[in-house]
Design a protein around this ligand. Structure first.
Ligand code: GDP
Ligand code: MN
Length: 375
């Protein structure tokens, strides 16, 4: 789950990570009032769940309260990468001398937490990783064991060569690490962590992603969810107990079981196609689920064909067939549907589907080959 910068800033400040003075606002009036109160340059920042707001015009400086008002009224209501801005941060603008980067995430391939730092902050880290990977310093730590201060110091020295600045950065990293553990984050990131004109180190941005599987331990964090910023297909899927992940391709997938769903996507790719989504209908038999799965897959206008791949165990093929018949009878389905049903009650299911315009296939390879031929 993603949270907004203003929510992450609250956590940062609570854990003692310094930021520039800030407020969160929903109207240009509040922004102008803040600018008048501090009587200094302010930075106005769009609150949306995407990175690169700066480049997209969502981060702007204002010298006067009037200018702050104008900028805030332009940013509030703006659309950034498909997401509407409803709130902004107004903060005392930092006189930035240097921009560095600190991040903490999980590296699943080594089953460790990785601390990431570079003296070259401000730019997107993925871009830096491509162009100048040796500038990025990584330290792997075991989250079960206590981390020695030396580790944080080592990273502090990567960010700043001056000892007093390196110490400040190390202290901020140790606090960021506490947040990472305590809040069960999948990412905690400060980009940029800046040096200001008075020699202070401040977080100019705050990003926290939370591990969905640990949210049950943090009801106060669940409350931070901003539904309007989430993928509408994923919200719908969650409502009906379907596991769904949106992807870039054009072949919609409806499969039972996560493993079979992954294998289906792999085989689509191997056959030259591109999956539009991952969707696991789960183990239970329920025609209603099939109907909702088709509806959610079709919310993606790129979908040109749907593959249904069911291995009936607990899931009964005739229930799936009933769901398919209900779906074709109750909604407009503008794309071909290729179906492979095997296992429990497969004969009955095939009988039910005879005479419909669903395209049946006997094997997984066959159903995928048929689907790929439509794109
Ligand atoms: P992002 O683009 O979504 O990552 O948003 P950031 O909060 O990181 O802001 C983007 C860029 O705007 C930063 O890298 C800075 O260069 C600049 N910026 C952010 N806050 C300030 C500020 O207080 N003062 C100045 N002068 N620039 C800022
Ligand atoms: Mn940033």
């Amino acid at each position: 789950m993603k949270i907004h910068e203003y929510q992450a800033r609250e956590i940062f400040n609570h854990f003692g990570i310094p930021t520039n003075e800030w407020i969160v606002a929903e109207s240009p009036d509040e922004v102008a009032q803040f600018a008048a109160e501090i009587s200094a340059e302010v930075v106005v920042k769009a609150q949306v769940h995407v990175g690169g707001r700066g480049k997209a015009g969502g981060v702007k400086l204002a010298k006067t309260p009037e200018e702050a008002y104008t900028i805030a009224s332009r940013i509030i209501g703006m659309d950034i990468k498909g997401l509407k801005v409803r709130k902004v941060i107004a903060a005392r603008s930092i006189d930035i001398k240097r921009e560095t980067y600190l991040g903490i995430t999980i590296d699943r391939s080594v089953k460790k937490v990785v601390l990431i730092g570079t003296a070259h902050g401000g730019v997107e880290i993925e871009e830096l990783a491509r162009e100048n990977p040796e500038a990025i310093h990584k330290i792997y730590v075991n989250p079960i064991l206590p981390v020695q201060d030396d580790i944080f110091k080592e990273m502090g020295n990567v960010l700043f060569s001056e000892p007093h600045l390196a110490r400040q950065a190390a202290d901020i990293l140790s606090r960021l690490y506490n947040i990472f553990l305590e809040k069960d984050c999948s990412l905690a990131e400060i980009n940029p962590l800046v040096l200001d004109g008075e020699g202070r180190i401040l977080a100019a941005d705050a990003k926290i992603n939370l591990d969905d599987n640990a949210l049950w331990r943090h009801p106060e964090l669940v409350a931070l969810q901003d539904i309007a910023q989430e993928n509408p297909k994923e919200i719908e899927a969650k409502k009906y107990g379907l596991s769904f992940v949106d992807l870039d391709g054009n072949i919609g997938c409806i499969v039972n079981g996560a493993g079979l769903a992954m294998a289906t996507m792999d085989m689509i790719k191997a056959a030259g196609g591109q999956p539009a989504n991952f969707l696991d209908v789960g183990g239970s038999s329920n025609p209603e689920k099939v109907l909702n799965a088709i509806r959610i897959v079709l919310m993606n206008p790129n979908v040109k064909v749907i593959v249904i791949n069911i291995f009936g165990g607990i899931t009964r093929c005739d229930d799936i067939a009933a769901g398919l018949i209900k779906a074709t009878g109750s909604m407009e389905i503008p794309v071909p549907i290729c179906v492979r049903l095997t296992g429990t009650n497969q004969e009955r299911a095939q009988e039910m589907l005879r005479g419909t315009n669903l395209i049946s296939a006997d094997t997984m390879r066959d159903v995928i080959a048929k689907a790929v031929s439509f794109v």
